[in-house]
Design a protein around this ligand. Structure first.
Ligand SMILES: Cc1cc2nc3c(=O)[nH]c(=O)nc-3n(C[C@H](O)[C@H](O)[C@H](O)COP(=O)(O)OP(=O)(O)OC[C@H]3O[C@@H](n4cnc5c(N)ncnc54)[C@H](O)[C@@H]3O)c2cc1C
Length: 478
């Protein structure tokens, strides 16, 4: 009886799941061929799928919206393995429970950040911190440590109070502040390596208004002076993004020319009662004519982040984002800028357009894989991190230019990592170095122990995870 059932189940699964599926990330440069794209109806169907795949050791990559610059969401290409390889999206898991009394929201893994933000707004609630955009899936964003800016606010993961997760055999595990509490520190930022999160509970707050002030700043090639001024501004404003300096590509000189001005925006609570108007200007995200002084007021979500219609950059770009103790801000920013300038003669590919530096801050936390984890800070350091981003934007979607800029982007972490205790955003051009990761993430061994329990046959890993985290037991996962 059992021997008849299994082939029948496999035929049915094939009929339901269809055939080969090619996965792409948001800008189509990360891609892989899988056997199928699986979108289970609910948690039970997801568990049944995992249970059926476990004996086969199928490779399973759970994805959000692919909104990253790295290979976290890359499946194992079917040309590299004899095992089945699947992309799983939990887009259909759309349960929602808002608990206004305890100020929490519990939601299925299918929710995108933007939609959830709107649901909260309709209930006079909001998140305290979001990334610059809201096009991500919420669990996808949480799982990589997505963040906005604020010395007193943490990344999205710090808002998580509990979750339900399926291991490779389809068993549900509940992790929250009372059950498996220590493990919450591993699951808040889990890179898809610890199983399929089906439901999350996060803290929310009564909605409130922010005043957003944008001020034009003068740029100078005296980088030390400019970055000391920026570091000083961060002492005056705890919630601020510095969008700049900006550089434009000069084709004739084959060099970057610094633009004379850039801008900073800072946010503060207000008791303003007039029109809410931050969504009339999406300059939070570099769209349009942004280098001008202005003030706007809005509900915290709309003041701090861009809805999908405010996302304007659709050409290829390469990007790094590095986190280091804020005490290093002026010195590190100066040396990063000089290091970039030393790279410029090697930027021979055409179609460079603009290079933008961006600075934010973030409060440190205790999630095992948080890029702002405080486990290895010096005693005199405050626990606040500076966040340095560099974007290399193109005029045209040319692969040679993208790959050139990505190769150069990978050089920053080996160069500055040890000097400034740098950690890279997991989904932004992070070069693999497991030895270094072990130093920057002192709780990595604990994370890997949970990974082994959740995924004994290495079904949830890919080349990126094995290289980044040093999952040695999975070296032969293909
Ligand atoms: C243009 C642009 C702007 C950005 N701006 C910011 C910013 O301001 N701040 C910032 O911090 N980041 C920013 N990012 C990075 C982005 O927020 C992260 O890469 C985020 O993780 C992407 O979310 P996603 O839903 O697309 O997830 P994906 O890239 O699809 O997945 C991310 C990770 O989550 C895992 N995952 C997804 N769903 C589940 C699940 N149900 N269970 C378990 N694991 C899961 C995946 O396996 C993967 O490891 C930006 C990225 C881009 C492209």
């Amino acid at each position: 009886m059992v021997s008849l059932k299994l082939p029948l189940l496999l035929v049915l699964l094939h009929a339901v799941f269809g055939s080969a599926y090619r996965w792409f990330n948001w800008q189509y440069e990360v891609t892989c061929e899988s056997d199928a794209y699986i979108t289970p109806e609910d948690e039970a169907a997801t568990a049944a799928f995992l249970k059926a795949q476990y004996p086969r050791g199928s490779l399973i990559k759970v994805v959000g919206n692919g909104h990253g610059f790295g290979n976290l969401s890359t499946c194992v290409d079917t040309t590299l393995t004899n095992k089945p390889s699947y992309i799983v999206s939990l887009v259909n898991l759309k349960s929602l429970k808002i608990d206004k009394k305890n100020l929490t929201v519990t939601f299925g893994a299918g929710w995108d950040v933007h939609d959830l933000a709107n649901e909260l707004k309709a209930n006079d609630l909001s998140f305290n911190n979001l990334g610059a955009e809201r096009v991500q899936n919420f669990v996808g964003a949480t799982s990589t440590g997505t963040h906005g800016s604020g010395s007193l606010v943490g990344n999205i993961g710090t808002q998580v109070t509990g979750l339900r997760v399926l291991d490779a055999q389809g068993n549900v595990r509940i992790v929250n502040e009372t059950t498996n509490a220590e493990e919450l520190k591993a699951f808040r930022i889990s890179l898809g390596a610890l199983g399929l999160i089906t439901e999350m509970t996060i803290k929310v707050q009564p909605t409130y208004l922010l005043k957003k002030t944008t001020k034009v700043l003068n740029a100078t090639t005296n980088y030390n002076q400019m970055y000391n001024e920026i570091a000083q501004l961060y002492k005056e404003h705890d919630r601020m993004t510095v969008w700049g300096p900006h550089f434009d590509w000069n084709d004739e000189a084959q060099q970057w020319a610094i633009e004379p001005q850039f801008f900073a925006s800072w946010w503060e609570p207000t008791n303003y009662t007039g029109e809410r108007n931050c969504t009339l200007n999406y300059c939070a995200n570099g769209c349009g004519d942004c280098i001008k002084n202005y003030i706007c007021y809005d509900e915290v979500t709309d003041a701090m982040s861009c809805p999908p219609q405010g996302v304007c950059t659709r050409e290829f770009y390469a990007e790094i984002e590095h986190f280091f103790p804020i005490e290093y801000l002026a010195e590190a920013a100066t040396n990063y800028t000089l290091f970039q300038q030393a790279q410029t003669p090697r930027m021979r590919a055409p179609y460079n357009n603009q290079m933008i530096f961006q600075y934010r801050t973030l409060k440190g936390d205790d999630s095992y894989l948080s890029p702002v984890n405080t486990y290895n800070l010096k005693p005199e350091q405050s626990g606040v991190f500076a966040v340095l981003e560099i974007d290399w934007m193109q005029t045209y979607n040319n692969w040679t230019t993208l790959w050139q800029n990505q190769d150069l982007a990978f050089e920053f972490l080996p160069h500055f990592g040890e000097t400034y205790n740098v950690r890279s955003h997991w989904n932004k051009m992070s070069p693999a170095n497991a030895t270094f990761a072990r130093e920057q993430y002192p709780k990595l061994p604990e994370f890997l122990a949970i990974q082994e329990r959740q995924d004994p046959k290495c079904q949830f890993v890919n080349e990126f995870l094995v290289g980044q985290l040093g999952v040695d037991r999975c070296a032969k996962y293909l």
